[in-house]
Design a protein around this ligand. Structure first.
Ligand code: FES
Ligand code: FES
Length: 174
């Protein structure tokens, strides 16, 4: 089936078997191997990408369902060097293996955007926000991303540091 995807700002016209997942289309047809196939069952988050800005498990989604969509993979998070979140992951030692880090970065990018937009999570006390990124709130929002070696403390510190910087910048602009 003809499928048009815009991935990291570049348009691709693909002819895909309708059974090909978004993850396999990215990895096998576009050579974007940053998104990893961990479980292939929606359980680990290694394959997380942003679809029109919202995080999605690419292993659970068929590529043909995304005709016309804008996809961002870890390769496209910051085309001009490391994003503030990527820098924070390095600074706080939030990264170890190449398997889970790309999904954690895409997911955390999505989390920061969800917080900025005022989207509640399952544990948010107030559905209208604003939301403090408490330990519980962050754990719930990042619960789809598993790290088998448990570097969650560094990952959490990295996300929190960027969220705090965003708040400081927003308050300074107001
Ligand atoms: S590979 Fe998609 S969630 Fe594990
Ligand atoms: S850093 Fe990959 S499993 Fe923990």
């Amino acid at each position: 089936m003809n499928t048009n995807l815009t991935v990291n700002g570049r348009h691709h016209a693909l002819d895909l078997d309708p059974r090909v997942t978004l993850l396999d289309a990215l990895r096998d047809h576009l050579n974007l191997t940053g998104s990893k196939k961990g479980c292939d069952h929606g359980q680990c988050g290694a394959c997380t990408v942003l679809v029109n800005g919202t995080r999605v498990n690419a292993c659970l989604s068929l590529a043909v369902m995304h005709d016309g969509d804008e996809i961002t993979t870890v390769e496209g998070l910051s085309p001009d060097g490391r994003s503030p979140l990527q820098q924070a992951f390095v600074r706080h030692d939030g990264m170890q293996c190449g398997y889970c880090t790309p999904g954690q970065l895409c997911s955390a990018t999505g989390v920061l955007d969800e917080i900025a937009k005022g989207w509640p999570s399952h544990v948010s006390a107030d559905l209208e926000g604003p939301f403090d990124l408490t330990r519980e709130e962050l754990a719930e929002r990042m619960s789809g991303n598993i790290c088998r070696c448990s570097c969650y403390p560094g990952i959490n510190k990295a996300i929190l540091s960027v969220a705090e910087d965003d708040t400081v910048h927003r308050e300074a602009e107001e």
